[in-house]
Design a protein around this ligand. Structure first.
Ligand SMILES: Nc1nc2c(c(=O)[nH]1)N(C=O)[C@@H](CNc1ccc(C(=O)N[C@@H](CCC(=O)O)C(=O)O)cc1)CN2
Ligand SMILES: Nc1nc2c(ncn2[C@@H]2O[C@H](COP(=O)(O)OP(=O)(O)OP(=O)(O)O)[C@@H](O)[C@H]2O)c(=O)[nH]1
Ligand SMILES: [Mg+2]
Length: 492
């Protein structure tokens, strides 16, 4: 699918041809010579908007100028009356060629522009099953609609200016949120908090640019030079504040990977089961029970934590077990945090030392398990990983688990709680663009402080403005839009 490029901070919509036409300039497509692209908004698209499986109801959504005409052709209302915008009607979807009833439905026509896409939208709410939904969709397609690409409904909402790019991305984050806190963060972004903050920073930069441009273009007019240092500092501080929310924001959106490692039989799988609060992994007293890595998602105070149980690491002649051990090592490498589990009822072994050496240098927690048994090992006797906190627990008895969750939370957040209000950066793409914008503002500050000519400063300020525009979409490239919207599900 090909997309539109946005130029100069504006969406240039050509309403005459109903096609979105945007001029491309070298300026906006870094290093890429491209001609003008057009993305048609004048065709009518349709998709099943709900999961295709068994459900109470399922929705076929249609967006575009033909939406109502298509509905008229296929829908037989139980009580015929004129279609009224945003009013749900009861009736049947009927195949116009055969007269066969395809499903019993509720249907709604929503007149542009007060709709999801800002186009005419029709929703057909049918029974939530594969056969009825496909039958309805197929009639809609034969009546003139085109099957929507993934994310194309939301793309239209973006292209028509109902939401900006950061909000469009938030739609997907809402769908994919794995915890309540993650959902709240996504909804905040969907509500436009981040967008408002970024637009504010961008506008301040544009104001400074306007002033500098006046100085450059009309030197004879004696434009009184203003001191732009305070404005630049204010923008820089604003960007820094936003960037500072990113580490925690990204945790909410992406979560962390925690690997449970240790020698065989120390109780790794028992610990996983306890953390999940159900018996996911097989537990036996036979060392080498877990052969493969096993992943489950856990909610630790709002942070999605993917916990990975691994095969106990030891030298082994067993081919299958050896592969499992290799995977355990890979899990250590991929984890954001490692739980090194020890058996507190036994003295440390060479294997414990060897595994600790592999964990060395990575964020870790040392877990002393089996504290319900007579003790042979205490936190003070553990010589390795001196920086890692020690947590004593009994996975079997379920004691000490709260303390472990607390320690995991502290390790991954640095102990900070989530800010409850205002903008929160949750997306690495946004963080990277903010950082680029900040670097350019900092560079502009130095240039200004060094007393260099105004056009040296404007180069950096333009780059900063563009970097911010990539977040909200004013200066997004075709490739970027393609990447973002192709991650959506069909019907979104
Ligand atoms: N049936 C249904 N439920 C749904 C959606 C949908 O499209 N259909 N949504 C979609 O994913 C989500 C809701 N999001 C939406 C966002 C904006 C508009 C909308 O029509 N906005 C208009 C204002 C309408 C009005 O004021 O009455 C606008 O902003 O102009 C609709 C749904 C979740 N639930
Ligand atoms: N007393 C006591 N026994 C425990 C505790 N945790 C685990 N066990 C027992 O230790 C044995 C091994 O437990 P697992 O959870 O399978 O150990 P593992 O580390 O996953 O072992 P592998 O998968 O072989 O690497 C089982 O018999 C468990 O019941 C504990 O806290 N206290
Ligand atoms: Mg196990």
């Amino acid at each position: 699918m090909s997309f539109v490029i946005l130029n100069g901070g504006f969406l240039l919509t050509d309403f005459v041809s109903n096609t979105l036409q945007v001029q491309l300039t070298q300026h906006h497509i870094a290093g890429k010579e491209t001609g003008p692209v057009a993305y048609a908004l004048d065709d009518t698209i349709a998709a099943i908007a709900t999961p295709v499986g068994e459900g109470g109801i399922g929705i076929v959504r249609i967006s575009g100028p033909e939406a109502l005409a298509i509905l008229r052709r296929l829908f037989r209302p139980a009580r015929p009356r004129p279609f009224e915008s945003h009013r749900l009607m009861y009736g049947h979807i009927v195949d116009p060629h055969t007269g066969d009833v395809v499903d019993e439905v509720m249907a709604v026509y929503m007149r542009a522009p007060h709709t999801y896409t800002r186009q005419d939208v029709v929703e057909i709410h049918g029974h939530g099953g594969m056969a009825p939904l496909r039958a309805v969709l197929s009639l809609v397609l034969s009546a003139g609609a085109r099957l929507a690409e993934p994310g194309e409904m939301t793309l239209r909402a973006f292209l028509n200016g109902r939401i900006d790019l950061a909000q469009a991305e938030a739609v997907l984050d809402v769908v994919r949120a794995r915890t309540e806190a993650g959902l709240q963060a996504a909804l905040r972004q969907l509500g436009g908090h981040l967008s408002d903050d970024i637009r504010h920073a961008r506008q301040m930069l544009l104001d400074v640019l306007a002033h500098l441009t006046a100085l450059i273009d009309f030197p004879e007019d004696d434009v009184p030079p203003q001191d732009i240092a305070p404005d630049l500092e204010r923008v820089a501080a604003h960007l820094e504040r936003l960037i500072a929310t990113a580490d925690r924001g990204m945790l909410l959106r992406e979560g962390v990977r925690v690997a449970i490692v240790g020698r065989p039989n120390v109780g790794k799988s028992s610990l996983l089961n306890r953390l999940l609060r159900h018996d996911r992994a097989i537990v036996t007293d036979i060392p080498g029970t877990t052969r493969d890595v096993l992943e489950e998602t856990l909610n630790v105070r709002g942070i999605p934590v993917v916990v990975v149980d691994t095969a106990g690491i030891r030298q082994t002649q067993d081919v299958v077990e050896a592969i499992g051990v290799e995977r355990s090592r890979a899990a250590i490498a991929q984890a954001d945090l490692v739980l090194l589990v020890l058996d507190a009822s036994q003295p440390l072994t060479d294997e414990d030392h060897a595994i600790a050496a592999e964990v060395e240098g990575r964020p870790a927690i040392v877990v002393l398990n089996k504290t319900d048994l007579p003790r042979r090992l205490f936190p003070d006797n553990v010589p390795f990983l001196p920086a890692a906190p020690r947590v004593e627990l009994s996975a079997q008895q379920g004691e000490g688990l709260d303390r472990l969750e607390e320690t995991i939370f502290e390790q991954v957040t640095g102990g900070h709680v989530m800010p409850l209000h205002g903008a929160l950066v949750t997306n690495p793409r946004h963080k990277a663009a903010l950082q680029r914008a900040l670097d350019h503002v900092r560079a502009a500050q130095s240039t200004y402080a060094a007393g260099l000519p105004a056009d040296f400063i404007t180069i950096d300020l333009h780059s900063a403005v563009n970097a911010l525009g990539e977040i909200t979409g004013e200066t997004a490239t075709e490739d970027l839009l393609d990447t973002i919207f192709s991650r959506f599900c069909i019907g979104k």
